[in-house]
Design a protein around this ligand. Structure first.
Ligand code: F6R
Length: 240
């Protein structure tokens, strides 16, 4: 695991974005595994700037996202599809048909989950970007998710609902279920790039890097991946 500690959020965002810029420069048809949440927003702004500056093109890039809320379709402004369009895809030259976010709406969610895993097996991520939950989750793989899990439906834990309530009018509006890539789907990526910022992530960063590898802390499995880059600001690194 390569650990980079930055001065602040801006620095974390630009350093982490540089890894993705380099991958895209080296492979114009790379598969990028992407994440939502607050943490990668600055990174996405750096990618947009690299595109607008003529440094990179996304024309032949494919993206696969980690997760989606169950019950929100892509037009809902809190859906992760909406987030990706709004924060990244609408501002770059990507072919939207090559951007995949698991669907949170459908009659047979189990079939949707299995189809997403099949898609991931056919489009292996050259890099998988991850944020980190305060409880150590990656994607929506909450504590005690099996390390060999593939795409599945989850009941979100109370602390995750509380953390995500900031984006909704009130906590009762936060969907209680999500569809997420499993831990095995994440671990299949050729490279994993995890970003974390702020004191609220310090315990989880410590458990991920220095704790035992245990399903109680999903991110601890990253210790077993051969190509992981962790970029955190100094507050998130404060307990290391
Ligand atoms: C998002 C995701 C989540 C977030 C995590 C951190 O697609 O899968 O694991 O990365 O909850 O969220 P933020 O960045 O909002 O603190």
């Amino acid at each position: 695991m390569k650990l980079i500690i930055t001065e602040n959020y801006q620095d974390m965002s630009s350093k982490a974005a540089q890894y993705i810029v380099d991958i895209v420069k080296g492979n114009k048809s790379a598969v990028l595994g992407l994440a939502t949440g607050s943490t990668p927003i600055g990174l996405y702004q750096n990618l947009i700037a690299a595109y607008k500056g003529g440094e990179i093109s996304f024309a032949d890039i494919t993206t696969v996202n980690l997760d989606e809320y169950i019950g929100l379709d892509g037009t809902h402004d809190q859906s992760y599809r909406y987030f990706m369009n709004d924060q990244l895809f609408n501002h770059i030259d990507i072919n939207k048909d090559a951007t995949f976010v698991p669907s949170g709406v459908g009659e047979d969610m189990q079939a949707i989950a299995e189809a997403y895993t099949a898609l991931l097996n056919s489009k292996v991520q050259d890099v998988q970007l991850l944020g980190l939950g305060g409880n150590g989750h990656i994607g929506f793989n909450e504590p005690d998710t099996a390390f060999d899990s593939t795409t599945h439906i989850v009941n979100l834990k109370q602390d995750t609902l509380e953390a995500n309530a900031r984006f909704f009018a009130n906590i009762a509006d936060v969907p209680t279920k999500a569809i997420t890539m499993g831990i095995q789907n994440v671990m299949n990526a050729k490279c994993i790039l995890l970003v974390a910022s702020g004191k609220g992530k310090a315990e989880a960063v410590k458990a991920m890097i220095k704790g035992e590898v245990t399903e109680a802390c999903p991110a601890s499995i990253l210790q077993r991946h051969s190509n992981v880059i962790v970029v955190v600001d100094k507050e998130a690194a404060s307990l290391l």
